[in-house]
Design a protein around this ligand. Sequence first.
Ligand code: ATP
Length: 243
Amino acid sequence: MLEVRNIHKSFADREVLKGVDLRVNKGDVVTILGRSGSGKTTFLRCINFLENADQGTMTLDQETFELAHVSCQDKIRIRRKTAFVFQNYNLFRNKTALENVTEGLIIARKMPKDQAVETAFQALEKVGLRDRAEAYPHQLSGGQQQRIGIARAIATQPELILFDEPTSALDPELIGEVLQVMKQLAQEGMTMLIVTHEMNFARQVSSQVLFMDEGVIVEQNPPDLFFDAPQQVQTQQFLKTLR
Ligand code: ATP
């Protein structure tokens, strides 16, 4: 469904991604682990054109693009197939939960308002927040705000959701409710690419776990193998630091 090959990205003279390859099949839940600064977020952002890669190709639904030369129209088209869930939720502070979900549907997707509202209510229902539709972000907990962020992603009916450390801004007691929603999405077959530091979640939910180190993927395996018998020294050292 999605294949990226040889992605490179530098900021000034610092090369952050040094040739990253990834293949995600429909229904896969792929988690990306790695130390702070290893390039995980940059990689995710390059897939969604929040950053422009310097080099590499992306194949999505049998169409292949040279990432350094994607037209604005193609970027919009590719973006519509994906949705991004941000670490800090990125909600409009002056809009209700419902409006946060409908905004993109009405403005970017040109969906009629009635249909957008119905779609948004379904998405809010899915994350357990239909009854908070009229609340503003400041009236919601961090966990609830992130669930609105996930509802906004689901509502666009993406083929793939990219999650960038979705629970790392949350107090520990609020993490579970967000992971629960993500687990439910995974069980329903949603294709997901997730940067996370939640090891138990990665073990329970992933179909593949990737370890990124200094801008390259050094190991990729199903979760049992990844956690119980890591093959690469870098992965072994990383997992040891967590014990
Ligand atoms: P973390 O787990 O801490 O979020 P990460 O693995 O996601 O780390 P990135 O956020 O991708 O790492 O950052 C990789 C490197 O690129 C870091 O050294 C960071 O400072 C640098 N970097 C990221 N974005 C930019 C930017 N817009 N401009 C300059 N440098 C950047």
